[in-house]
Design a protein around this ligand. Structure first.
Ligand SMILES: CC(C)(COP(=O)(O)OP(=O)(O)OC[C@H]1O[C@@H](n2cnc3c(N)ncnc32)[C@H](O)[C@@H]1OP(=O)(O)O)[C@@H](O)C(=O)NCCC(=O)NCCS
Length: 190
């Protein structure tokens, strides 16, 4: 995930009806043996996504290596890993505690548009709420993430990116204010 540039929307050819009919994937925490499959899936999901640095698989690995993977959920179809979402802590310049960044999120190219991304989003947010997180931020298209409750929050910013792509959701307490900083694992290039 390139956190310096906005993502373009990748429109799926699947219809809403097809998505509603698809059974929900099984979702679980990653296991140590999943790392290679997650990297492969992440690279494949972002291969044709515009405005990425194509380093998302390295970011996930670096987050794992540095102990920053607060959540690493995989979606399964049968035994295959077809989706993944990472969540890691972020810091906020005001000193607000308990805020997290969601992403990268990836769905296998041939499985996109079937609701797998939505299931992963909902599970990740549910887990954060249950863990008592204050809120969550992400960089992405508002047309997709707005449906999960993310909004552009004036005063909560990611320096260097267009404001409309940086969104947040507050679970409890007061909204954080200030500049958000992702972990340095997001600079990983290999
Ligand atoms: C973004 C992504 C995770 C969504 O997962 P998915 O399983 O395809 O999404 P769902 O089936 O739950 O939802 C499909 C809806 O999302 C929209 N959508 C899919 N990818 C999108 C994207 N990157 N940005 C905005 N909207 C997107 C579709 O147009 C569809 O919209 P509709 O409900 O109005 O018809 C997946 O498409 C993906 O892996 N994309 C490539 C990697 C990427 O861009 N990740 C996000 C940035 S971190």
């Amino acid at each position: 995930m390139n956190i310096e540039k906005p993502k373009d929307v990748l429109h799926s050819s699947h219809t809403s009806t097809q998505r509603r009919m698809a059974p929900e994937p099984q979702v679980r925490d990653e296991l140590p043996a999943d790392a290679a499959a997650i990297a492969q899936l992440t690279a494949a999901a972002f291969a044709n996504a515009p405005h990425t640095s194509h380093t998302e698989q390295f970011i996930v690995d670096a987050l794992r290596r540095t102990g920053q993977l607060t959540l690493s959920l995989v979606a399964l179809k049968g035994e295959d890993i077809v989706g993944h979402v990472a969540v890691s802590p972020v810091s906020v310049s005001s000193g607000a505690r308990g805020w997290y960044g969601l992403g990268p999120i990836s769905v296998a190219p041939d499985r996109q548009g079937q609701g797998i991304g939505a299931t992963l989003m909902q599970r990740a947010l549910q887990r954060l709420r249950e863990a008592g997180a204050a809120g969550c931020v992400l960089l992405g298209d508002p047309a997709y993430y707005g449906r999960f409750g993310f909004v552009v929050r004036p005063g909560l910013t990611l320096p260097g990116v267009p404001a409309e792509y940086f969104q947040a959701i507050c679970f409890s307490g007061e909204w954080a204010t200030g500049d958000v900083k992702y972990h340095e694992a997001f600079d990983a290039t290999a």
